[in-house]
Design a protein around this ligand. Structure first.
Ligand code: ADP
Ligand code: MG
Length: 342
């Protein structure tokens, strides 16, 4: 894998749209880095800068290893790209599509055939070699797109929402397969998505973006457990807001008082649904009323009113039968609270 660096890369489009504030970023060799953020935050623009499809504003630099590629056109950067919409040649066969980049690079015939066969096998689509693209399912097309991107042994693989157009089950299967593939190949990969589950599952590290800026960079567990700010906290996973008052060793909330070791004063915090538990008899707890209960299979999700200023989302074990209208008592460990300053 190749280490990729962006230094001071901003992007302003000719119409004046500021898509990206100056970005400094390092992608480690062999790492899968995921860009995650809502639509319009600048993910695709960043990917296009790395690919060479867009130029950064003056002063921005892009390095592949020690090579400055800022001025290199896309065909000289040796990047592999996979998009949400397949961008395959519909009238060409699967094998023809995979061979395309090799042909452009004037790879000799015999090498080309061998490489295409390897790619077909790697993506487990050998039996589709002669099919035209327009006879393939969405999942099969993305396999072809991956095979085509990897055939040229790119220095970096760029994936822009490659699974977004697929249905849920297929998306998960292909996600697992991409994960295995990237790990086996040890290739540097940059993966763009607005889907947090995908980001968590695939990323060695995640870059959370908001309005052309990096909100947080970190391992999935750090992003999830220690979100840097309110935006990240709300964007990743479900999150509760808790505001209460700490006084005389307790945190006062509408549904009751919980033991509190921190200083007195207002408490503004966030809390994950899985951090809330059903309290045992005799334990200090917040009392509330179940507004709705969703059975999710592996757990059930309760929306509980009256316990905190805003309804709480609580994920509890699936075995206890709970329905809307039930009174519940909830508790949590104080160290599960995520402090929110802003
Ligand atoms: P994302 O991929 O995160 O959804 P994009 O990188 O595509 O976001 O876009 C970031 C911002 O730049 C958006 O406001 C978008 O409308 C704008 N933008 C993207 N491409 C162009 C362009 N060619 N000209 C003008 N504005 C653009
Ligand atoms: Mg995009």
């Amino acid at each position: 894998g190749t280490r990729i660096r962006l230094a001071g890369c901003a992007k302003t489009f000719p119409d004046g749209t500021r898509a990206l504030e100056p970005l400094d970023l390092e992608v480690n060799a062999g790492e899968t880095l995921v860009f995650l953020g809502p639509s319009g935050c600048g993910k695709t623009t960043t990917l296009r800068l790395i690919a060479g499809l867009e130029m950064p504003d003056a002063g921005g630099r892009i390095l592949f290893g020690d090579e400055d590629v800022t001025a290199l056109p896309i065909e000289k950067r040796n990047v592999g790209m996979v998009f949400q919409s397949y961008a395959l040649f519909p009238n060409m066969s699967v094998a023809g599509n995979i061979a395309y980049g090799l042909k452009i690079r004037r790879v000799p015939d015999s090498d080309r055939r061998r490489r295409v066969a390897e790619m077909l096998e790697m993506m487990r689509i050998t039996e589709l070699a002669d099919r035209p693209i327009d006879q393939l399912s969405g999942g099969q097309r993305q396999r072809v797109a991956l095979a085509r991107a990897l055939a040229v042994e790119p220095r970096v693989l760029l994936l822009d929402e490659p699974l977004t157009a697929l249905d849920a089950k297929l998306r998960e299967d292909l996600r697992l397969e991409i994960d295995r593939l990237l790990r086996r190949l040890g290739i540097t990969a940059i993966y763009v998505t607005h889907d947090q589950a995908e980001a968590m599952a695939l990323g060695d590290r995640i870059v959370v973006m908001s309005k052309g800026r990096v909100a947080q960079i970190g391992r999935p567990r750090d992003i999830y457990l220690k979100p840097a700010d309110r935006f990240v906290a709300d964007f990743i996973g479900s999150m509760n807001r808790l505001s209460g008052t700490a006084r005389n060793g307790v945190l006062e909330l509408p549904g009751g008082n919980l033991p509190w070791a921190g200083p007195d004063g207002p408490v503004e915090a966030a809390l994950r649904p899985e951090s809330l538990r059903l309290a045992e008899e005799g334990m200090a707890a917040l009392t509330g009323t179940v507004i709705s209960a969703f059975f999710l299979g592996d757990r059930q999700r309760l929306i509980v009113g009256g316990a905190a200023p805003e309804p709480l989302i609580a994920d509890v074990p699936n075995r206890i039968e709970i329905a809307s209208g039930d009174a519940v008592r909830l508790t949590f460990d104080a160290d599960a609270l995520i402090p929110l300053s802003d």
